[in-house]
Design a protein around this ligand. Structure first.
Ligand code: UDP
Length: 329
């Protein structure tokens, strides 16, 4: 099979590329390296088992001719290219909206021309300010006002979902929508705000861990390889077409507790610093206080069960960060 992955040099995209290469597929990626990195794909280019089946295009999804060529060549498309991370969105509000909305439309439009099945990656952010758990795919959504840029990410991802579903309904394009909940694992960078790589780096440097707000907000983390398994199995399942799925873990944890766990696991001398949101981000910044997925729907269709515990996820991130540090010396 020939697989196109937009955002294939990103954190999740490169893990997905690896899994397809291991399965024997031909993998084409397109990535503008805005948040992705060559380091994430170097191993595929250098590994003789993969290099003749791996084709990387460092370019944007707005290059229509390239997209036409790649979508024409491939059997299925995973669309992961997007502006990601709260900090990145706040720093690049206009570019993020453009990439997420126009970029996704461009990809869907070309998939539709060739009638190629496409899976798009949306986000748990689309649920907005709910406090209840678990979040079900059919729940209503609540956002803050447009003056608060944070919500532009949620709204742009929601627009992607509407667009994908509209292509399905009006043009019969086979689209699958996934809502990813805080995916973590090796290769993820803390540069755009992601909490686990940030805390692990801070702990390994014996620097204070920067917990935002009172740290009582919770998240449910999912291991990247479990997410990749889910994406591949959804793509392979005809009943997933035209549907929306949560992809997430089951262990809810408070951010303050997470910080302490990482300090303990790394034997770090770090303290915990509580940083007010307005200092960390901007005035009147609103965080999501709770984010727990219902995974009933995805369980039913592909028997998805997150296999990797939070402890194991954190241990993996710590050991891969330690290894990266050793390699860089
Ligand atoms: N967070 C934190 N310190 C950090 C980075 C993040 O306390 O250095 C918090 C953040 O406010 C949020 C949670 O950790 O409540 C998860 O943040 P992340 O950016 O990883 O993902 P989000 O769920 O916000 O998309």
């Amino acid at each position: 099979m020939r697989v196109l992955i937009t955002g294939g040099a990103g954190f999740i995209g490169s893990h997905l590329a690896h899994a397809h290469l291991k399965r024997g597929d031909e993998v084409y990626i397109i990535d503008d390296l805005s948040t992705g990195s060559i380091d994430n794909i170097k191993e595929f280019q250098e590994n003789p088992k993969f290099s003749n089946r791996f084709f990387a295009h460092i370019d944007t999804i707005f290059n229509n001719n390239l997209l036409l060529e790649l979508a024409g060549t491939c059997d299925v498309i995973f669309h992961l290219a997007a502006a990601v991370g709260v900090r990145y969105i706040l720093n690049n509000p206009l570019e993020s909206i453009r990439t997420n909305i126009q970029g996704t439309e461009a990809v869907l439009n070309i998939c539709s021309k060739f009638k190629k099945k496409v899976l798009i990656t949306s986000s748990s952010e689309v649920y907005g300010k709910h406090l209840h758990a678990p979040l079900v795919e059919t729940d209503n959504i609540i956002y803050g006002p447009s003056i608060k840029s944070r919500w532009s990410y949620a709204a742009s991802k929601l627009m992607d979902e509407f667009t994908a579903l509209a292509y399905y309904r009006t043009k019969g394009l086979k689209t699958i929508v996934t809502r990813l909940f805080n995916t973590v694992g090796p290769k993820q960078t803390g540069a755009y705000g992601m909490v686990i790589p940030r805390f692990v780096n801070q702990a390994l440097n014996n620097e204070p861990l920067t917990v935002y707000g009172d740290g009582k907000q919770t998240r449910t983390f999912t291991y990247v390889k479990d997410v990749v398994w889910a994406l591949m199995n959804l793509m392979g399942n005809e009943n997933a077409v035209g549907e929306v799925f949560n992809v997430g873990g089951t262990e809810e944890i408070m951010i303050l507790e997470l910080a302490q766990k990482i300090i303990d696991k790394t034997n770090s001398k770090s303290q915990i610093n509580l940083i007010p949101y307005e200092e960390a981000f901007e005035k009147d910044f609103e965080d999501m206080q709770r984010r727990v997925p219902s995974i009933e729907k995805i369980k039913k269709i592909i028997n998805f069960e997150p296999k990797t515990s939070l402890d194991k996820i954190i241990d993996e991130v710590i050991s891969s960060s330690r290894k990266k540090r050793r390699d860089e010396v």
